[in-house]
Design a protein around this ligand. Structure first.
Ligand SMILES: *Cc1c(COP(=O)(O)O)cnc(C)c1O
Length: 413
């Protein structure tokens, strides 16, 4: 009999989104008359059509494949030069990132999970609490943790608490860690680290020989020009960080699939003998061996987001979603709930009324407002007492959600 990877058995069974789906479908069965009025602000998925420039480029890409003289088979595993160069020029201008330090892929979820292939055993890993669950679960699968306790916390991980007192931006730990996952703008809290806060992280990483895995999937939503969009805006980051970015939220590509990972050539890890090895070389080898590139029409579509029409259309999409976020913030503040995020991120992070847990709030919103939100405790014990509302929706749905939230908390004097 073949042995299995027993680390999978350590994973907590009740994963967040299946549990949300279960509660929603049971509510629908019990209230068939109301099912049509349900508004989903739970899963972080975009809702609007692709930018026209991307659609046109994708069509052109398909037409090229349809003709023998312009046909393309396997592309370069690391991505086509036209896309790597467009990213270097548009996303990293002046930041000292070369096109060949950018690796194109089919998603950041995959990249943030697959990156563990190039790291050895025994690393001390730090993650924030609450957190995007992918970082935790992929470390569990890779055998980098022990078992989970009652609260869902795994032994062997260093949890960095994020709460109202630190504005949901984790501070560097006192102890030494080897790998740190940071995500700004943050999913789920919508928090963004300031330049000073990120500088503290880079200085910590340089002092402790740690590596920061920086997920900036929501970079395009930053409105405040003083906030850093890339970790590579911070001096020294090229020696201690890699960055994950995706077209999923930037261009509404969640169903198209295209992302990239930036690994500076100066970034090194070490062997057990202490020999320093560039991570760029290992990720390149990993990509060539286990990945055969993102599809050509998709890379064409991604590159089209950097044309002048593409940039204009992306800006309109972002303006739409951020307008939604502003309305949701206003409605929640208006009923007296504590509100974070939603200013530089498409997620609004809201405190539950005193004495109400995240899942109790989920049920209340479902039953009283017919609105599906995401319970904060699903992102880690630190999210208990909070919930996330996604701004990915139509304007009319968001306006209706705001009316229902306002009606749920009638003013009293
Ligand atoms: C949506 C999201 C991504 C993007 O994942 P893809 O696989 O590229 O769609 C990455 N990180 C976070 C935190 C996200 O919320």
């Amino acid at each position: 009999m073949a042995y299995i990877n027993e680390n999978f058995l350590k994973l907590k069974a009740g994963y967040l989104f299946p549990e949300i789906a279960r509660r929603v479908s049971s509510f629908q069965q019990q209230n068939p008359g109301q099912a049509a009025r349900l508004i989903r602000c739970g899963i972080g998925d975009v809702t609007e059509a692709l930018p026209a420039a991307a659609i046109k480029a994708m069509h052109e890409g398909v037409d090229e494949l349809a003709d023998r003289s312009t046909f393309k088979g396997y592309g370069p595993e690391q991505g086509y030069a036209f896309l790597r160069e467009a990213i270097a020029d548009n996303q990293y201008a002046g930041l000292g990132i070369a096109a060949d330090e950018i690796f194109i892929s089919d998603g950041s979820k995959c990249d943030t999970g697959n990156i563990l292939d190039i790291f050895g055993k025994g690393n001390r890993i730090a993650i924030t609490d609450p957190v995007y669950p992918v970082y935790v679960d992929t470390n569990v699968m890779a055998g980098n943790t022990g078992e989970a306790d009652e609260s869902g916390a795994y032994s062997g991980l260093t949890y960095l608490p994020c709460n109202a007192s630190n504005g949901f931006v984790a501070v560097p730990p006192v102890e030494k860690v080897d790998i740190i996952y940071l995500c700004f703008p943050n999913n789920p809290t919508g928090a963004v680290a300031s330049r000073e806060q990120l500088t503290a992280w880079v200085n910590y990483a340089l002092a402790n020989d740690s590596i920061i895995l920086f997920d900036s999937a929501y970079e395009a939503f930053i409105q405040d020009e003083n906030l850093p969009r890339s970790i590579f805006e911070i001096p020294g980051a090229h020696r201690c960080a890699m960055e994950f970015r995706s077209f999923s939220k930037h261009g509404g590509f969640t169903g198209v699939r295209c992302a990239y990972t930036v690994i500076p050539k100066a970034l090194v890890g070490c062997t057990s003998e202490g020999e320093k090895i560039p991570l760029h070389q290992l990720w390149s080898r990993r990509h060539s061996t286990k990945f055969n590139g993102a599809s050509y029409p998709v890379q064409k579509a991604a590159a089209a987001l950097f044309t002048s029409e593409g940039k204009q259309q992306v800006a309109e999409l972002i303006t739409h979603y951020m307008g939604n976020a502003a309305l949701l913030r206003e409605a929640c503040l208006g009923v007296g709930l504590p509100v974070y995020g939603g200013e530089n991120a498409p997620y609004v992070w809201v405190g539950c009324p005193p004495g109400t847990s995240s899942w109790e709030m989920f049920d209340k919103m479902l039953q009283q407002a017919l609105v599906v939100i995401t319970p904060g405790s699903g992102f880690g014990a630190g999210g208990e007492g909070w919930f996330r509302i996604s701004a990915f929706n139509s304007r009319s749905n968001v306006e209706e959600v705001c009316r229902r939230i306002t009606a749920m908390f009638p003013p009293h004097d």
